[in-house]
Design a protein around this ligand. Structure first.
Ligand code: 5GP
Ligand code: MG
Ligand code: MG
Length: 171
């Protein structure tokens, strides 16, 4: 039987996202910030984070597919490339969760060819135990050792994205 075990509450998420938005606003106050959300998992985090950022910024979306079920396939394909001109911009990639890091490594490699001034990473969750790459998460709201979580944008086979809080999925 599938079980959803509460892990991070709506209140905890709100507090952390606010804190992260403030930090980003401070760090990027003299820069040309572009938030680049990675579809689809980041869509709820991105929409909350952008409203907690108090400096002027642009938003773009990047689509990749890399995951099916609960384990990474290691390959990515772009379903949507960024449509802003990122040349000279300070790109902050917004992810739902960084696990092995291979998705972000591939995205970062591609973005470098667009000549942005900088590329950093902001992730709602930093799941560091299975990291296989030297990807550094510059802004992380929460750290997680292991497990598979859903809710607040994160899915299991496209379900549970709508849950307002984060749950541990036990199959
Ligand atoms: P990576 O390439 O870092 O191994 O995988 C990153 C992507 O896999 C994440 O952006 C997310 O879409 C998916 N993923 C990794 N761990 C989890 C998890 O615990 N829950 C969910 N729902 N997706 C995950
Ligand atoms: Mg993702
Ligand atoms: Mg997914």
């Amino acid at each position: 039987m599938t079980q959803l075990i509460p892990m991070i509450s709506q209140e905890e998420i709100k507090t952390k996202v606010r804190e992260t938005g403030r930090k980003i606003s401070q760090d990027y106050k003299d820069k040309n910030l572009v938030l680049a959300g990675i579809l689809k998992g980041s869509f709820i985090f991105l929409s909350d984070l952008t409203r907690e950022i108090t400096i002027d910024h642009e938003i773009d979306l990047i689509g990749v597919s890399s995951y099916s079920g609960t384990s990474s396939t290691g390959k990515i394909t772009f379903t949507k490339k960024p449509d802003l001109d990122l040349g000279g911009k300070d790109v902050l990639l917004v992810e739902d969760i960084v696990d092995t890091g291979s998705t972000l490594l591939a995205i970062k490699d591609y973005l470098k060819s667009l000549n942005p001034a900088s590329i950093k990473i902001c992730s709602l969750i930093d799941k560091h135990e299975r990291r296989k790459t030297d990807i550094a998460v510059d802004y992380a709201c929460f750290l997680l050792d292991k497990g598979f979580i859903v809710g607040y944008g994160l899915d299991y086979n496209e379900r549970y994205r709508n849950l307002p809080a984060i749950f541990d999925l036990k199959l």
